[in-house]
Structure formats: structure tokens, C-alpha cells
Ligand binder design. Structure first.
Ligand SMILES: O=C(O)[C@H](CS(=O)(=O)O)OP(=O)(O)O
Ligand SMILES: [Mg+2]
Length: 233
């Protein structure tokens, strides 16, 4: 499998297969939203679009990063989200990096959104699809965010090598600028457990697939079969 690792601004052409990585915190939050029962997540282009979608669908839950804000129901924090019942709900998510990265590759034939919590399921889906070439979108810090790059490199390795040890990749993420900012209170809308929750390897058994549906980018969980069902690894 040929793997490329690029920042959002470096995306010059539409990739065939894209894995958009945001460990801290958009796609850890998305995975927790599904674990809490959400049916789907609409990735919004802007705060205004998120609010407009919420206004036309009052039963949807609007989520943004940063501090709580009028019109929004939720913040971009796994620690805060894990006690919310989202059974059957649609979540509209808008964040600084993760949702922007996913929308930047919305024309790709396969778009996966990932963090460490869904790393193995994501790698397994790539193996199942026998993807020759995969573009990993490192969403944070203009493609330099080490928590995202480490996770992307781990998934790329795990997609081709059984038994890849995650420890060094998780260590890099734990020592990233984002982890420090979340721990030190630089970022807002934060729960004290957020960093630890973002570093939970394979917490969930599903990958997350984003598809264009009626011009909206919709994220849904995709349950992956166990290793014993795989022929290749
Ligand atoms: O919520 C996050 O962690 C960040 C935004 S900020 O850095 O806290 O302002 O957004 P994300 O898109 O999840 O990286
Ligand atoms: Mg991030």
C-alpha cells in the first residue's frame, strides 16, 4: 500500500482513498457520539451552516469546538460527550481541523475519518478494500500535528503489518502540542479526561465512513469483522 501524508492545504487533487485523521479531538468525539447512540454525523462547512441545519432540524444536536456557544448543544470533548444519550440522534459537527479536512476530500471515492480509538477498524477496512494508494490527511497544525501524523503512520503500518506495536505512536501523541494545550487549559470546552480518551487504542470496533448525501457530508460507523474473518492478516 502506497501511503501519502499531507496537510489540508497540500491537497491539490482528489485522492481515491482518503483517511482523515484528527485525534484531538474531532474524530475521537465522533466515535464517542456513535458509541452514545448517534445515527449519523453531518460535517458542517461553517458555524452558520451548522446553526442553519439545527434550525431546520430542531431534533438534531449541534456540536462545535471551543467553549459552549448559543445555539449549540454540545462541545467537542469526548469526556463531556460520554455521559450524553444520543440514541437515534443526528449530530451536526463543526470543528477547526477535523471536519475541515473531511470536507476537503469529499469528492474522494472512499473517505474514512479516524483517530486512535478506531485505528484497528480503520486499518482493517483498508485491508478489506485492498487499497493500493491511500492519502492520509493530517488535519492539525497545517499537517504538522504530531498526534495526527503519529496516528496516520500507525494506521498505515497496521494496514500492512500485523502486530505493529502502537506504543511509540501513542507516546508521540501524548507528547504533542495538542495534548499539552488540552492538559494546560489552553483549549476550551475540555474535560480532564479528554487526552486519555483520545489515546485509547481501538476503543471502538467500527471504522467511520463519510459519504456525500444530497450535498451534505455524512459520517456513519462501519462495523468491521473480527481478525479471524480475514484471509490476509
Ligand atoms: O476541539 C479541538 O480540540 C480542536 C479545536 S481547538 O484547537 O481546541 O480550538 O478542533 P479539532 O478540529 O477537533 O482539532
Ligand atoms: Mg485536532
Amino acid at each position: 500500500m502506497d501511503s501519502r501524508f499531507v496537510g489540508i492545504a497540500e491537497l491539490v487533487e482528489v485522492p481515491s482513498v482518503a483517511v482523515v485523521v484528527d485525534v484531538m479531538r474531532a474524530f475521537t468525539v465522533a466515535a464517542w457520539a456513535f458509541a452514545q447512540g448517534a445515527e449519523k454525523i453531518v460535517l458542517a462547512e461553517s458555524l452558520d451552516e451548522a446553526l442553519a441545519l439545527k434550525a431546520s432540524h430542531p431534533d438534531w444536536a449541534a456540536l462545535k469546538d471551543g467553549p459552549p456557544a448559543p445555539g449549540f448543544d454540545l462541545v467537542n470533548s469526548p469526556g463531556l460527550l460520554r455521559s450524553v444519550d444520543l440514541g437515534g440522534r443526528t449530530v451536526v459537527q463543526k470543528t477547526t481541523a477535523g471536519t475541515v479536512g473531511a470536507l476537503a476530500v469529499k469528492e474522494a471515492s472512499l473517505v474514512l475519518c479516524a483517530g486512535f480509538v478506531v485505528a484497528e477498524a480503520t486499518a482493517r477496512l483498508l485491508r478489506t478494500r485492498k487499497s493500493d494508494s491511500v492519502t492520509f490527511v493530517v488535519t492539525g497544525e497545517d499537517g504538522q500535528a504530531d498526534e495526527d501524523l503519529a496516528c496516520a503512520q500507525y494506521i498505515a503500518r497496521r494496514a500492512t503489518e500485523a502486530g505493529t506495536d502502537a506504543a511509540e505512536f501513542l507516546r508521540r501523541a501524548a507528547e504533542s502540542r495538542a495534548a499539552a494545550e488540552l492538559t494546560e487549559g489552553v483549549r476550551q470546552g475540555v474535560h480532564p479526561d479528554d487526552v486519555a480518551l483520545c489515546l485509547e487504542l481501538d476503543r471502538f470496533p467500527f471504522a467511520m465512513v463519510a459519504t456525500l448525501e444530497n450535498s451534505l457530508m455524512i459520517l456513519r460507523p462501519c462495523a468491521m469483522p473480527s481478525l479471524t474473518d480475514e484471509a490476509s492478516i
